[in-house]
Design a protein around this ligand. Structure first.
Ligand code: DGL
Length: 245
């Protein structure tokens, strides 16, 4: 069997990234790691995330992964640089809030960036924000939102969004957490017909290019997918495959 690609998130949110990857690379072998034991990542410190993600990287290296995708904005924002330094032998690709897309395709439009507290306050994200600041952007830290999505708690999600979303007219929403593309309908219900940007497609393309450059693309004509949850929660696995459909 060809060497697999490891995909990690704090839970099932990374499925939104995996879907984009599968469109470009349908014949690779994948191991998806849902770290529900430590969910949510968005309220953790850098030190805590280093420990959790380091553990997952070791798990992936034991499985001989040829590449690892951080399908989690929070993990990318806080520890991807450290992990690249610690594990230079493996390709590491990470998702980040697609704020550059606003600059490229929707500059000057009233923009809302939604992400976890850890991402919004991270140096990595703030650097990106200051580089492309359109002077018309609200940064919204959304504590607990990823947890409600993880639990599939629709009532709680709607109540939360009613409370937290701005009342003014928004034109573009950057979904800076991989769980959020799962609730675009609920966001739209409150904000109306906004344009959504997320980093999923960009990550998929970057992964494909890096595998190509390193001669690591599979020749196989079918791929496999293995789901692993750190708290062995079979409900997670069920929801993951439902969302993947
Ligand atoms: N899905 C993750 C992200 O993209 C983390 C959500 C969380 O566990 O707080 O940021």
């Amino acid at each position: 069997m060809d060497r697999p690609i490891g995909i990690l998130d704090s839970g099932i949110g990374g499925v939104t990234v995996l879907k984009e990857i599968l469109k470009l690379l349908p014949h690779e072998n994948y191991i998806y790691y849902s770290d529900s034991l430590h969910n949510p990542y968005g309220s953790k410190t850098k030190e805590e995330l280093f420990e959790y993600v380091d553990h997952i990287l070791q798990f992936f290296l034991e499985k001989d992964c040829k590449a690892v995708v951080f399908a989690c904005n929070t993990a990318t924002a806080l520890v991807i640089q450290d992990m690249r330094l610690k594990y230079p032998q493996v390709i590491i690709v990470g998702i980040e809030p697609a704020y550059k897309m606003v600059h490229d395709y929707a500059n000057y439009k009233k923009t809302l960036v939604m992400a976890t507290p850890a991402t919004i306050h991270s140096e990595k994200f703030l650097n990106l924000f200051h580089q492309y600041d359109n002077g018309n952007t609200i940064l919204l830290s959304c504590p607990n939102l990823a947890s409600y999505i993880e639990q599939g708690n629709n009532l709680e999600i709607e109540k939360y969004l009613e409370e937290i979303l701005p009342k003014e007219k928004i034109e573009v929403v950057v979904l800076g957490c991989t769980h959020y593309p799962l609730i675009t309908k609920q966001i739209q219900k409150i904000l109306g017909n906004v344009i959504f940007y997320d980093g999923g497609k960009g990550v998929a393309l970057r992964l494909k290019n890096l595998l190509q450059e390193n001669n690591l693309l599979t020749n196989s004509t079918f791929g496999t997918l293995f789901f692993y949850d750190s708290s062995f929660n079979s409900e997670k696995e069920k929801r993951f495959y439902e969302l993947l459909k």
